[in-house]
Design a protein around this ligand. Structure first.
Ligand code: ADP
Ligand code: MG
Length: 687
């Protein structure tokens, strides 16, 4: 009987009007009409009423109903941004942050970065005196708590895409629940495409006695309200393959071609997993289809993945030119974060890139893994926006019914917890296992992370942040191992170089995708290659880019991603500023590559691997847990196979690949982390 009673507002008419894709130069009255035709518009008053009267409102509505772009505007129109207060809306994905912020700025007729702004890591497009609506990643909002623990400048915080259950969303929800007890004026809006709304509601149900005394008088209703926005999508016909497909990339390309040959007009949305397979599919479709079949290019094939340059993002939303069929090949960002209007056909590979962490081996890697039924339903739903659509699933019906998991596992239960722990410690939360989690992380993963943090010198014996190192690491918006590497480089006297390496490692991919042109690519890579490894090669790439006068031509000739280089320059500048703020200065090691590698090891000693003697194919084993690892083909050390390496990250495809590796001397490992390597079973090769 203590259960909150959800408040449901029903849609009487139930219908959704479809409006064709607006040109990007839509007039403001046109945009206004479009806004009013979105399903959430009918709930405008109800939503505002709930936010006014309830500390937490949970809004469930299907993708494309207008939650993300409209609710922050309604709140602003109702006065929640008056008196210098700000309305925040968080997203798990950076690309979604940029995209929705620019859409909302356009709808409001303001310049992006003024009344409507956004903040993602390394990019702040807000104006403190002006910004009323701010889109940001949930990770950035957690970081803001370090300077302003109660997030006082925000009147309403909308946690969007909560169904994704990203690591940062889960941490954020727990922290916001704490903040709510001390700030009865703060309103939370939790929105998502699908949600077990009731469990979210019971999570946020704060009994009045838990509120601090002085907070009780002003407190709004603590019972969370649940509102579901009915947006009637059209029916989507589901097609399965008869036999399991062995190559989903090839199968998706063939399916697109068959849709184009046999089906009526309408755009196609293809779900693949990441930049590599997306670029490959784009290439296969543009080259093989449009040219080899001798047809004019009547397919407009566009990629969509995080890290895509802004100009290309805009093409995704631009109306499809007459006589063409748009084919967008996307990661699962188009599953619920972004809506493309003209889609009638969906091709679902059944896979996505997911983070997996094994606490036994302490290995976190990015894996192409099967999606859940919940995701498959979302993907199919994207075909029913315009009119009845079709979804082609590249897996069998039997697989869907029998083997596909019904829900995904929350990211917190498949992540390495190192960053999570540092952030929570920095926010003064000591008992992390006892924290109020929506889903608890595993104790094993926690122990592993504490052990690594202790070895890094970030936590002390009492599991408190060390001073100054632990606190400095918490200040830097980087992976803790990268932060440690950077801070050690200041002591070792090679920070000038390491700050460049850290910036280069922070951008998605320095090399341009290389399918089909291996030879030229390998030659280009050789121009920068060095025996030490990728980190030092990046240093050479960076220098070369500066010497070329930051030329895009130079990048093109050398298979280097120009956008990534510009981003790296920008990130380097920001890191230099952050180091200055910590009172640290830059110093060059003047070519002492041993120093450089020692700095890298001081952060990444846990990622050390040894080449298996007599292994003909370059197999390594990790020192920590004897896992098989191979050097990734994009590495300058691919086929070079030095005896000892330290890697930056792992990706799992057919094998476990180490990306960005550097050759080391094993003696440096014990020097950098005596506890870590002496606690483990001693490796005879090391001693
Ligand atoms: P939800 O958050 O409920 O999924 P959104 O608010 O993201 O819905 O989208 C509402 C509408 O705005 C959709 O019809 C979508 O196509 C449109 N829209 C969103 N972003 C853009 C954009 N960048 N360009 C054009 N249309 C957009
Ligand atoms: Mg949305």
């Amino acid at each position: 009987s203590e259960r909150p009673t959800p408040l449901l507002v029903d849609d009487e008419e139930g219908g959704v009007l479809f409006v064709s894709n607006p040109a990007s130069s839509s007039s403001s009255s046109q945009l206004e009409r479009l806004r009013q035709r979105l399903p959430v518009y009918k709930y405008r008053e109800a939503i505002l009423y709930l936010v006014e009267n309830h500390a937490t409102s949970i809004i469930v509505g299907e993708t494309g109903s207008g939650k993300t772009t409209q609710i922050p505007q309604y709140l602003k129109e109702a006065g929640w941004a008056e008196g210098g207060r700000v309305i925040a809306c968080t997203q798990p994905r950076r690309l979604a942050v940029q995209s929705v912020a620019s859409r909302v700025a356009e709808e409001m007729g303001v310049k992006l970065g003024e009344e409507v702004g956004y903040t993602i890591r390394f990019e702040d497009q807000t104006n403190p005196g002006l910004t009323m609506i701010k889109f940001l990643t949930d990770g950035v909002l957690i970081r803001e708590m370090m300077d302003d623990p109660l997030l006082t400048k925000y009147s309403v915080i909308m946690v969007d895409e909560a169904h994704e259950r990203s690591l940062s969303t889960d941490i954020l929800l727990g922290l916001l629940k704490k903040i709510q007890r001390r700030r009865p004026d703060l309103r939370l809006v939790i929105s998502s495409a699908t949600i077990e709304a009731k469990s979210m509601a019971s999570f946020f149900h704060i009994r009045r006695k838990n509120l601090r005394n002085d907070a009780i008088d002003a407190a709004p209703n603590q019972e969370p309200a649940i509102l579901s926005v009915e947006g009637k999508g059209y029916t989507v016909e589901i097609h399965y393959v008869e036999e399991p497909v062995s190559d989903y990339l090839q199968a998706s390309v063939e399916t697109v071609i068959s849709i184009h040959d046999k089906e009526g007009p309408g755009d196609v949305l293809v779900f693949l997993t990441g930049q590599d397979d997306i670029e490959a599919a784009v290439k296969m479709l543009t080259d093989e289809y449009n040219y080899s079949r001798g047809r004019s290019s009547d397919l407009l094939v566009l990629p969509l993945y995080s890290g895509l340059p802004r100009g290309e993002q805009d093409l995704i939303f631009a109306p499809t030119p007459r006589g063409k069929r748009k084919v967008v090949i996307s990661t699962n960002i188009a599953e619920t974060s972004l809506t493309l209007e003209g889609v009638v056909y969906v091709v679902d590979s059944g896979f996505s890139k997911q983070k997996f962490y094994n606490p036994i081996s302490d290995i976190e890697s990015l894996v192409t893994a099967p999606i859940s039924k919940a995701s498959a339903r979302q993907r199919a739903g994207r075909a029913g926006r315009l009119r009845p659509g079709k979804c082609f699933r590249l897996y069998t019906e039997e697989y869907y019914l029998r083997d596909m998991p019904s829900e995904g596992i929350p990211e917190i239960q498949r992540s390495n917890l190192v960053s999570c722990i540092i952030q929570m410690k920095a926010l003064g939360i000591d008992n992390i296992l006892g924290f109020d989690w929506l889903s608890s992380p595993s104790a094993e993963a926690m122990v592993r992370a504490l052990e690594v943090l202790y070895s890094l010198g970030i936590l002390d014996e009492d599991a408190k942040l060390t001073s100054p190192l632990g606190f400095q690491v918490a200040e830097l918006p980087l992976d803790p191992m990268v932060s440690k590497m950077l801070l050690s480089s200041c002591e070792l006297g090679c920070s000038e170089e390491i700050v460049i390496i850290a910036a280069m490692l922070s951008v998605q991919s320095i090399w341009v995708s290389t399918r089909g042109v291996h030879k030229e690519f390998d030659e280009a890579k050789l121009r920068f290659a060095v025996a030490e490894g990728d980190h030092v090669a990046y240093l050479n790439v960076y220098k070369g880019f500066l010497q070329s006068g930051k030329s895009s031509q130079w990048c093109y000739r050398n298979f280097i991603n120009y956008q990534a280089m510009k981003k790296a320059i920008d990130i380097r500048e920001q890191l230099v500023r952050l180091l200055k703020r910590l009172g640290l200065t830059l110093k060059s090691c003047e070519g002492d590559l041993k120093m450089l590698r020692k700095a890298i090891i001081s952060g990444f000693f846990a990622h050390a691997c040894q080449l298996e003697e007599y292994s003909p194919n370059g197999m390594y084993k990790t020192l920590r847990s004897s896992q098989e690892v191979y050097i990734h083909p994009s590495s300058v050390l691919f086929r070079v196979n030095p005896k000892w390496v330290v890697y930056h990250s792992l990706v799992l495809t057919d094998k476990q690949y180490a990306r960005n590796v550097i050759a080391i001397d094993p003696a440096w490992l014990i020097e950098a982390a005596p506890h870590f390597y002496q606690l483990r079973k001693p490796n005879p090769a090391l001693f």
